[in-house]
Write a protein that binds this ligand. Structure first.
Ligand code: NAP
Length: 312
């Protein structure tokens, strides 16, 4: 990374960042995409994707990402591995501070750093991720047709997604650490009326268990009695919250009460010239399809901003 001044810097190399990169470099903006390790984001660790249009037989997450990277490189997008430490958006040229004391200057920024599901931090959780454990019902529910699954959490996501899962699965065991759900009352009523959902109250999952390749069960501990039991399941869905990847942002742009970046319908943040797209923004749906749509808009908005920037 010899050069330190750009038209546009994209922070994050998941589907949102790569799409912004394809659009911006195709528009001949001098664009640099910064990704912490390797492009891909959550898609890179997604075994199989069935709901991204254009692939009727489905496609693996890594293959989809590699296609996006190849497409971006075809238009000469520059991609660098670095970690963004902090940002300063106070001047007309935005500053991005990277590890190794490097500073980038850019006319515009697209933040596409994504979000990460909160994890339980129990044995087996990482090992069976993508081999039975999922954080996304919309993405992975259809893989568990007529199977038994466990779901963890008591908020809107856990309850709404558990109801969604009952379209496919035989049984959802919904494990919650208290004896009252946090979810909206209407969702609670629907879940209580659904005979495919069994509630396991006052309980936590202490480990996920199985063979070499697949999840077979979960150990569930009742916090009131201290007793543990084994639940035989084929899948597990963890819905205990989602955290935006925004630690480097500080107060530089407006965020909502959960830390997601507020944008308008042009993906403009509270700071002119700074845009956000994909899972990191306040959005009702976090999917690859929505991320790429956001980013097409963000790139167009950035292009317009840069044109005006040059005229002023
Ligand atoms: P959330 O509301 O923060 O709920 C997280 C749930 O996970 C809580 O029930 C919490 O238990 C539990 N939890 C947290 N850490 C845990 C741990 N380590 N072990 C076990 N359980 C744990 O998260 P969310 O459901 O993803 O919702 C996030 C926001 O999006 C909320 O504002 C929600 O209203 C909104 N949302 C809305 C809709 C809708 O309107 N239809 C749909 C989805 C999400 P406790 O209850 O004991 O704290």
């Amino acid at each position: 990374m010899d050069k330190l001044k750009y038209d546009l810097v994209i922070i994050g190399g998941g589907p949102a960042g790569l799409t912004a990169g394809i659009y911006a470099s195709r528009s001949r903006l001098d664009t640099l995409l910064i990704e912490k390790i390797t492009p891909g984001g959550q898609a890179l660790v997604t075994d199989w994707i069935e709901n991204y249009p254009g692939f009727p037989g489905g496609i693996s997450g890594p293959d989809l990402v590699m296609n996006m990277v190849d497409q971006a490189k075809k238009f000469d997008l520059k991609i660098e591995s670095a970690e963004v430490q902090s940002v300063d958006f106070s001047g007309p040229l935005k500053k991005i501070f990277l590890d190794g004391d490097r500073i980038l200057e850019t006319k515009a920024v697209i933040i596409a750093s994504g979000a990460s599901p909160r994890k339980l931090g129990v044995p087996g959780e990482d090992r069976f991720y993508g081999k039975g454990i999922s954080f996304c019902g919309t993405c992975d529910g259809p893989f568990f047709r007529n199977k038994d699954v466990i779901a963890i959490g008591g908020g809107d996501t856990a309850v709404q997604e558990s109801i969604f899962l009952t379209k496919f699965v035989n049984k959802v065991y919904l494990v919650h650490r208290r004896d009252k759900l946090r979810a909206a009352k209407i969702l609670q009523e629907r879940a209580f009326a659904n005979d495919k959902i069994d509630f396991i109250w006052d309980s936590v999952v202490t480990s996920f268990n199985g063979g070499l390749m697949s999840l077979e069960g979960a150990t569930v501990k009742n916090l009131k009695t201290g007793e543990s039991s084994e639940v035989k399941i084929d899948g597990a869905f963890i819905w205990i919250g989602i955290l935006p990847n925004t630690s480097f942002i500080g107060n530089a742009v407006d965020i909502d009460e959960y830390g997601f970046i507020r944008v308008n319908d042009k993906m403009e943040t509270s700071v002119p010239g700074v845009f956000a797209a994909g899972d990191v923004r306040d959005t009702p749906l976090r999917q690859i399809a929505t991320a790429v749509g956001d980013s097409a808009i963000a790139a167009m908005s950035a292009e317009h901003y840069i044109e005006n920037f040059e005229h002023e």
